[in-house]
Write a protein that binds this ligand. Structure first.
Ligand SMILES: Nc1nc2c(c(=O)[nH]1)N[C@H]1C(S)=C(S)[C@@H](COP(=O)(O)OP(=O)(O)OC[C@H]3O[C@@H](n4cnc5c(=O)[nH]c(N)nc54)[C@H](O)[C@@H]3O)O[C@H]1N2
Ligand SMILES: Nc1nc2c(c(=O)[nH]1)N[C@H]1C(S)=C(S)[C@@H](COP(=O)(O)OP(=O)(O)OC[C@H]3O[C@@H](n4cnc5c(=O)[nH]c(N)nc54)[C@H](O)[C@@H]3O)O[C@H]1N2
Ligand SMILES: [Mo]
Length: 757
């Protein structure tokens, strides 16, 4: 960057990801939040057989028996929860809700852990302490008075344990609705909806050991150095085995380029690093269908020239739809593919050759693929690619979606879904003796739309920060303020808690790191990682306050107070979580022997039917899914329009902002930047450091603008731009979402960028 063009807080970071920079950042996180001694004791318990599951990400650990894997962002997640800072009732006495709304997201959470159950007092505009039982009774009264159970929305953020999530869905279904918006609707819904059509299974098919045997990894749209940091240990090993790793990502993420493993004494001592990606293809934002179709088209051309490239036996025996799918690839022109993907034909053919050479390929992917208005189709192209060479039911092969929240996958498994299957409903009925509702409920976007329309009158949130995480937070905020009842269960204060309705409650919960003691003694909870391993998690720290309750206990308290004729013995279930697990095993046959199986270190693996060549699709075969064409949206054809993707910085956990740096991308002390290609800057008469307005190009014509941002010249494809989530959510209309899965198009927002006006 030329000197005359220096921009405050923007400077290149030349070090590898990980390494000493990561150690320094960890020390800082500890110093800011905890006593050093507590911190080391706590961090050493992360992901140990008798410790707690790291709330940072859903990447598995070698059988949860390994020594603690150092991880900077895991340490941030843990110290953020285990902080010594508190927000007691005196804090709320000193700060009205209206005042707190002027605080930044960072300041709100950084104030500390919630300590008491609170009820909003409209007369004082303050949250005030309330007794648990009184709060439950009032909530029960309000819920019984609702015009219909379908007028209430029950949100789950994916930190919730299997036990709490199961009780929650039981309570909500006995109450009478399937309104289960959850964080998964904003995250991997495209996977949950897309993969069942293709392979009859909505989760990943690769166990962790698969990475020891793969011969190629294709990594699409995820940033593991920041978001799945424990995965870096795996990628580091794989790269050192000489296995090619091909990355498809518009940004050159440092950890995917080179990584120094802080556990590797030699790399640390020599300031060395291991290259991770063998090739790095900077696909255009929203260009993944084109890129994947290009790779598959090249593969087909190779097959036609030389043969032996496709797994014809697998295609014939296990799949349907190949002919129509292949005809579409032949009909799709290279010009269209290269224009939409921004990648050269030779590069895509290179990927196809590497793929054809590998006997076992894993495709990993994250939000870069799912959060698009055609996210479901993106995911299906990955399945198509893997089917072409029979990369299922084979050691070292398969599809590997990187899940978000540490138990988002488990929440789904135990019944958090707005579209319950007949098996789930039948299981509940046979175990508990009531008939749960079968009508489909609302997902996250539909829930907020129902709230905005005044149809839904109540919102209960087990965790999360829904109004900030969703698109169009301003509309969400207005909508939520119109509610009759809001109830939030959280560890720390956030903006959604401050969007109070007529009656509002805020409940402090035990976090993962804390002891959970119930009538029968100390409890463990269970979680499911990205690889379908279910294992126990036991917190060891004393709770942040003596008034905290577990999520399970709070849900049971609300259920008792709401359902006078309940068929469920809520107290007994909460007294001993083994009983909740027995109930889960009663409803879900895959959990037979649950309590014994989680007592073996590492837990147990839920079935992955595609690995047995079992395809739970209507045809009983794996399906090649046809998606004619490539384009995301006509707006992309306007030359002035850029595709803006929204990203996590290295110092944040979703809406939780730990700090203002994004070290690997060279951004320090600020977040108000938009990353742009130099040529796109020049074309608009802008330069590195220019003040700009980012204006969304929306179908509804409503103005949505991010003002006074600083444009940064960055290595990103022409036509693409990037900014941080959640600040950029104001640019996205609520209904800008994948029609099939409801996943918002967070990663491909049409925008115009011009000098700030
Ligand atoms: N420390 C930390 N850990 C986390 C989280 C966190 O916020 N902080 N969040 C958790 C959650 S809930 C989730 S879902 C995961 C998220 O983990 P990721 O999926 O890694 O999350 P994002 O930051 O959204 O990054 C997406 C990546 O996709 C790329 N990308 C953007 N647009 C496109 C595109 O159009 N095509 C392609 N191919 N790539 C694109 C971006 O450059 C970026 O590298 O992480 C989980 N873990
Ligand atoms: N533009 C844009 N928007 C996005 C995304 C994007 O990439 N771009 N990503 C989307 C994705 S993938 C997701 S998952 C959503 C995230 O959406 P959410 O899951 O709703 O949001 P979080 O920021 O993870 O929630 C943070 C809050 O959770 C609470 N919390 C933390 N730990 C616990 C706990 O153990 N129990 C309870 N009860 N509460 C707890 C704290 O009070 C904290 O303030 O955002 C989505 N929004
Ligand atoms: Mo997520």
């Amino acid at each position: 960057m030329p000197k005359e063009n220096q921009v405050t807080g923007v400077r290149p970071y030349d070090n590898p990801a990980g390494g000493w920079g990561a150690l320094r950042a960890t020390a800082k996180a500890i110093a800011e939040q905890m006593h050093a001694v507590d911190a080391s004791r706590t961090l050493l318990r992360t992901n140990k057989p008798d410790g707690f599951d790291c709330p940072g990400c859903a990447w598995p650990d070698k059988k949860h028996t390994s020594t603690f894997q150092f991880c900077e962002n895991g340490a941030k997640a843990v110290t953020w929860e285990a902080t010594k800072k508190r927000v007691p009732p005196e804090f709320f006495a000193a700060h009205s809700v209206t005042e707190l709304l002027t605080w930044s997201d960072h300041a709100l959470e950084d104030a500390g852990r919630l300590t008491h159950p609170l009820r909003y007092n409209p007369a004082t505009d303050k949250y005030e302490a309330v007794a648990w039982e009184a709060a439950f009774a009032e909530i029960g009264q309000h819920l019984r008075a609702m015009p219909s159970p379908d007028a209430v929305e029950f949100y789950t953020s994916g930190r919730t344990s299997n036990e709490a999530a199961f009780l929650y869905q039981l309570f909500v279904r006995e109450y009478g609705t399937n309104n289960f918006p959850d964080c998964s609707n904003m995250c991997h819904e495209a996977t949950s909806v897309g993969l069942p059509h293709s392979i009859g299974f909505g989760k990943g098919t690769v166990p962790l050991e698969g990475f020891d045997h793969c011969e190629l990894i294709i990594a699409i749209g995820h940033n593991p150095g920041t978001n799945h940091p424990r995965m870096m240990g795996t990628l580091h090993e794989v790269a050192r085995r000489g296995v090619p790793i091909i990355v498809l990502n518009p940004l050159r993420e440092r950890a995917l380029e080179r990584f120094a493993d802080p556990q590797d004494p030699l790399e640390m001592a020599t300031l060395g690093a291991t290259p991770i990606a063998s090739s790095y293809l900077q696909v255009k934002v929203g260009g993944d269908v084109a890129a994947l179709k290009g790779i598959m088209k090249a593969l087909l051309e190779m097959e036609e020239e030389t043969g032996g490239v496709l797994d014809q036996a697998f295609i014939a025996a296990q799949t349907q739809g190949f002919e129509a799918f292949a005809a579409d690839l032949r009909a799709t022109s290279w010009e269209a593919i290269t224009a939409a993907s921004g990648l050269a034909r030779a590069d895509l053919a290179g990927v196809a050759r590497a793929y054809a050479r590998a006997n076992a390929t894993i495709v990993t992917y994250g939000m870069g693929l799912t959060q698009h208005v055609q996210g479901t189709e993106n995911v299906r192209q990955v399945a198509n690619l893997l089917l072409l060479r029979g990369n299922f039911a084979k050691v070292g092969a398969g599809i590997c979606p990187l899940r978000g929240h540490s138990n988002v996958q488990g929440n789904r498994t135990v019944g958090i879904t707005e579209k319950p299957s007949a098996a789930l409903l039948g299981g509940i009925e046979s175990v508990f003796g009531f008939t749960p509702p079968a009508t489909h409920g609302h997902d996250a976007v539909a829930a907020m739309q129902a709230i905005a329309a005044g149809q839904s009158r109540g919102l209960i949130c087990v965790g999360g920060n829904l109004a900030v995480a969703l698109s169009d937070p301003e509309q969400c905020a207005t909508a939520m303020r119109g509610l009759d009842l809001t109830v939030h269960l959280g560890t720390k204060l956030n903006r959604s808690h401050l969007l109070v309705g007529r009656h509002s409650f805020l409940f402090p919960v035990l976090g993962r790191t804390e002891q959970d003691v119930q009538e029968s003694g100390e409890q463990v909870v269970t979680v499911e990682d990205s690889m379908s391993m279910v294992h126990a998690s036991r917190g060891r720290l004393p709770p942040a306050s003596e008034h905290l309750r577990s999520e399970a206990a709070i849900i049971a308290g609300m259920a008792r107070a709401t359902l006078p004729d309940t068929k469920v013995d809520w107290e007994a279930l909460v007294a001993d979580y083994d009983r909740i697990r027995d109930a889960i095993a009663g409803v879900f046959p895959d959990f037979a022997g649950y309590n014994e199986r989680i007592r073996t270190p590492g837990g147990f693996q839920l079935p992955m039917p595609p690995n047995q060549l079992v395809w739970n699709t209507p045809t009983g075969k794996a399906m090649f899914r046809l998606f004619p064409g490539l384009a995301e949206e006509p707006a992309a054809r306007d030359k002035d329009v850029l595709r803006l993707t929204t990203l996590r910085s290295h110092d944040q956990y979703n809406t939780t902002i730990y700090g203002m740096d994004d070290r690997y991308r060279g951004i320090f002390g600020r977040r108000d930047v938009v990353f742009m290609n130099e040529r796109d800057l020049a074309r608009r008469g802008l330069a590195h450091g220019s003040q700009v307005d980012v204006e969304a190009v929306c179908a509804d014509g409503r103005p949505r603008t991010l003002r006074g941002y600083t444009a940064i010249a960055y290595d990103i494809p022409e036509g693409s731009a990037a900014a941080y989530y959640p600040e950029a959510n104001c640019l996205i209309p609520l209904d800008y979402a994948d029609t099939q899965s409801g996943t918002p198009g967070y990663k491909s927002v049409p925008v115009k960028i011009a000098t700030a006006g």
